[in-house]
Design a protein. Structure first.
Length: 310
């Protein structure tokens, strides 16, 4: 049995504008790296965490990555094992890019590989959701599912849990993370608990049209469906210059523009990588002129999920 492994798990864009809590996709950059080693000393231990500025707990019961692995080992009746974890955060936390999901998926994928793949990815998903619940208070799958499976995913239902992999047309995702604080819990609390029927009908149509566009590779339809009349109008208030950034992107080649997860990261989709790079580079400069620092990334859609690096 292999004694150590190094893996990468991708960041994700949840909701995809109109699909609140049910749609998501993975990107190639950024993401998390993790080294896991089997040891003779029983128990799961976090040896080190890089890139978190000391914010994440080293207590294995309180950290997303280790808690998920502990739960997995209990299920498999392998609590006799010793596991050391080194986590390298290569993505911003609290950014709306599924940071906790990437960590949980990296840990579960690595442990499952070291144990000889006793579980399928679908069987690993509930454990990843447990880790997400520990980090964010909600065990939703719109980040962990695409991080685990790659590509676009649809959460058809939570009870019972059913996830559908969707086709992935050639797309480029431009991400811009402004350095402002939008806690996930706060972003969820401001969402209306009731919506007008006419808004729900509009949203259902956009979701259905978006999924159809992925199957038909209809980019014009995709662009027309990347609209949200329920959540974005409220959440966007928390993101400085959101309306300006959206207008600029849409005027310069974007198929659509929206909030990644609960924000503050925003994303836009393109047929051309050059258009995407130009837009986020210019937006980063424009935000800097207003005193707002940011990180930018450009990536194709990640179709693999986590991968073994070594």
């Amino acid at each position: 049995m292999k004694k150590s492994i190094k893996v990468f798990a991708p960041a994700t864009v949840a909701n995809v504008v109109c699909g609140f809590d049910i749609l998501g996709f993975a990107v190639n950059e950024p993401g998390d790296e993790l080294v896991m080693e089997l040891t003779d000393k029983r128990g799961v231990k976090i040896i080190s965490i890089e890139g978190d500025e000391g914010k994440l707990p080293l207590d294995p019961q309180k950290n997303t990555v280790s808690a998920s692995v502990i739960s997995l080992l209990k299920k498999l009746e392998r609590e006799d094992l010793g596991i050391n974890i080194q986590l390298k955060k290569k993505m911003p936390m609290g950014s709306g890019l599924g940071s906790s999901s990437a960590s949980a998926v990296a840990g579960l994928f690595a442990a499952n590989e070291l144990l000889g793949q006793p579980l399928s990815k679908m069987e690993l998903l509930p454990f990843a959701m447990e880790g997400e619940a520990l980090a964010c208070g909600h065990g939703h799958a719109d980040n962990v599912a695409p991080a685990l499976f790659g590509g676009f995913t649809l959460i058809k239902s939570y009870d019972p849990l059913e996830v559908i992999a969707l086709p992935v047309p050639k797309l480029y995702c431009a991400l811009l993370y402004p350095h402002v604080d939008v806690p996930t819990r706060d972003a969820r609390q401001i969402i209306r608990s009731k919506v007008l029927l006419k808004d729900a009908v509009t949203q259902w149509g956009n979701i259905a049209g978006l999924i159809s566009s992925l199957y038909t590779h209809d980019y014009d339809l995709l662009g027309r469906c990347l609209k949200d009349v329920i959540v974005e109008p409220i959440r966007s208030i928390l993101i400085p210059e959101f309306d300006f950034m959206k207008a600029y992107a849409m005027e310069n080649g974007a198929l659509g523009f929206g909030i990644s997860g609960s924000g503050p990261t925003v994303f836009s989709l393109y047929k051309s990588p050059d258009d995407g790079q130009k837009v986020i580079t210019n937006l980063q400069r424009m935000l800097a002129d207003k005193g707002i620092k940011s990180n930018i990334y450009l990536s194709e859609i990640n179709e693999t999920g986590p991968v073994i690096l070594a």
